[in-house]
Design a protein around this ligand. Structure first.
Ligand code: GUN
Length: 292
């Protein structure tokens, strides 16, 4: 079993980005600049956004963290997005999800200029991604592709089972794993909460990508010997023995699944840091006008 060290790999890629940034700056270009919008005080979201800002520092980017109160109106948020769309000093920005319930997240994502949509959540980027056109790829699926590539994991002709169908992970991941490319060329099955024979299908997988948001959902009896297991889950479960009162648990029962897997990602230090890394890659691409 090979443990995929997402934290180490992300750090390596961030250093490569930094080297490229320093060359750009030495040649008189503006430092890439990422802005992150955080609405409300969801502790997990705050932690994710803080990691994104830290990674900007490592990558040599400028960053701006823009916080808005939980009671911020949809219109106020739209005005902020318009400002960011029109700010020539900003290469890309993200609106951290989830948003408070009184705000229509789909409507908000539509207002982001696709040219600055470094999360790849705008339908234009999603559609371009689906058709194999140049696009900002959504950060988590893109980080997973980077992992598979850097660990030289063969995907051609494999059966990939994606667990979960969210617009952020499961849905785009399934499209990317099926496309004619490396990593890709998989036969893809998506399973979800309404799949009747979920266990049987997951058991057939050469590659399992778990993004269902349920702690330890994938148990060892669902995993074929030698499978590649990618765990996207970042679930907070109560743990009185830790300082924070919680610990992070993936969607995979790591302890029992790991001995059967050929490759597996841990939680934490697996997919999470790669998501942030993919966001940095998109921001650099935006600064270099590589997509649009
Ligand atoms: N919430 C969970 N994952 C993400 C992500 O990749 N980007 C944003 N903006 N919000 C998220």
């Amino acid at each position: 079993m090979i443990l995929i060290n997402g934290a180490e790999l992300a750090e390596e890629i961030l250093q490569e980005i930094r080297q490229e940034v320093e060359i750009l700056v030495a040649n008189g270009k503006r430092r890439p600049h990422l802005a992150a919008v955080l609405v409300g005080n969801n502790p997990a979201s705050l932690s994710y956004v803080t990691n994104k800002v830290k990674s900007c520092e490592t990558a040599g980017f400028r960053s701006s963290l823009i916080k808005r109160d939980e009671n911020c109106t949809e219109q106020e948020l739209i005005s902020l997005i318009e400002e960011l769309n029109n700010d020539p000093e900003i290469d890309g920005f993200i609106v951290q999800l989830p948003l408070p319930r009184h705000i229509d997240a789909d409507n908000i994502l539509l207002k982001i200029d696709p040219k600055k949509d470094v999360d790849g959540f705008h339908p234009l980027n999603f559609g371009r991604m689906a058709q194999g056109l140049p696009a900002f790829l959504p950060a988590t699926p893109s980080g997973i592709l980077q992992m598979l590539e850097r660990y030289k994991i063969e995907t051609d002709g494999k059966h990939c089972v994606v667990i979960g169908r969210s617009n952020i992970v499961g849905n785009p991941m399934s499209i990317l794993m099926a496309r004619k490319a490396y990593p890709g060329n998989c036969t893809v099955t998506i399973v979800h909460s309404r799949t009747s024979n979920l266990k049987d299908l997951v058991k057939q997988a050469d590659i399992i990508i778990a993004a269902i948001g349920i702690p330890k959902f994938v148990t060892s009896d669902m995993v074929k010997e030698g499978a590649i297991v990618i765990d996207v889950g970042i679930n907070r479960v109560a743990d009185a023995s830790t300082k924070s009162g919680f610990r992070l648990v993936g969607d995979v029962d790591f302890e029992h699944v790991a001995p059967k897997a050929s490759f597996i990602t841990p939680v934490p230090k697996g997919v999470g840091p790669m998501t942030v890394c993919a966001l940095m890659i998109n921001t650099l691409k935006s600064a270099k006008s590589e997509i649009y």
